[in-house]
Design a protein around this ligand. Sequence first.
Ligand SMILES: *Cc1c(COP(=O)(O)O)cnc(C)c1O
Length: 461
Amino acid sequence: MRTIIEPFRIKVVEPIRMTTRDERLHLLREAGHNVFLLRSEDVLLDLLTDSGTSAMSAEQWAGMMRGDESYAGSPSYYRFEEAVREVFGFQYVIPTHQGRAAERILFQTLCSPGDMVPSNTHFDTTRANVEAVGARAVDLLVPEGLRPSDVHPFKGNMDVARLEALIQEEGVDRIPLVMLTMTNNSGGGQPVSMANVRAVAEVCRSHGIPLYVDACRFAENAYLIKLREEGFEDRSVREIALEIFSWADGCTMSAKKDGLANIGGFVATRDEELARQQRNLLILTEGFPTYGGLAGRDLEAIAIGLREVLEEDYLEYRLASVRYLGEAIAAGGVPIVQPPGGHAVYIDAAAFLPHVTPLELPGQTLVAELYLEGGIRGVEVGTVMFGRRDPETGQESAAPMELVRLALPRRVYTQSHVDYMVEAILAFAQRRERVGGFRFTYQAPVLRHFTARFEPLYSLA
Ligand SMILES: *Cc1c(COP(=O)(O)O)cnc(C)c1O
């Protein structure tokens, strides 16, 4: 069959509250035109993030009931540990409440002030945790990863020559680990190839530097290797994932992504002594090593989710939805980061609204308009998120790219929801020349995108 269907049927439904354009205009004004400040009940299709928003399966809900809440030695922990060992191949597994806690524990045990941690691209919490221990986070993405319209199968790859050069310049002693983010969330959900994993691992091994994977979307990355990399067509996604991790010394994971769970994470390693130190830190802030800040029922949901996420019917449907959305709007003339990645479609708002200058916030304009048009909530990844205001002069500076991310929650929306998204985006495309920009009316000194308020420089009605 050519039609790819959702490989599940619906057992529990959650109604969506329909709204009119007039209602949305009012709600958006009340929220200072910042979609982070909307109530989620007022959103029809919520594409703000794929993190923690997955729909759990009947098996996971059954696991929730089986969850054992013993403080120490819960069978739920052992089922979780077994699942992580089976899927990732790491011996020592330390549960945490989410990915960033795993990152903090990893960097606090491996890094010292003045160190350097190279990655293809550090995710923002990863970068913040590297910097919090006084080390420097260095991004070594291949150049095609920074060019939105270039089509390349593995735009998440690390530039191996620059890694080798950095090690030569800085010296091995300054680089306590190398990281690979798979897929590369900040760079458009783009995958890393197996050839690149092997090449990076060989450089690391030749210098005795441990390699860690930020594994949040490992299953999507493994499936994209199967689809796009020669020699992997006939390998199972499970085998591909195991091979990825066989090249690494450990990983950090947010189970809110490819764990198909609503909360949780872990850090895993082959190094017994390191795991001992990490458990001591864990006890200080997260909890006893057999629960790490999670309930026993969460550990059950993750153990089941890590296996379900590798089912190829699921991954085929998942990647098909993202690709369908991306290709349909691109065919209608909307510029997107090519090719669509694993979990999201990124619209290039600077190219889509060329008459809106970066300081007039084209991404914010598009996000506000998509909410008005169809009740769709995306997120700006541009000047609002990464631009800066000089605290002395008040001078604003723009970010290098003006993107809008439409992240698809896992197993939540159906094909007709995606068709609706396409219709709304293309309807907006028809009238895009008539929109102006936005300006800040309030901004906090740090992480301003969460609480900022804006006003339009044109009539929204
Ligand atoms: C979400 C994410 C994290 C952090 O995980 P949290 O569970 O949100 O703390 C780290 N790295 C990447 C690539 C992510 O997408």
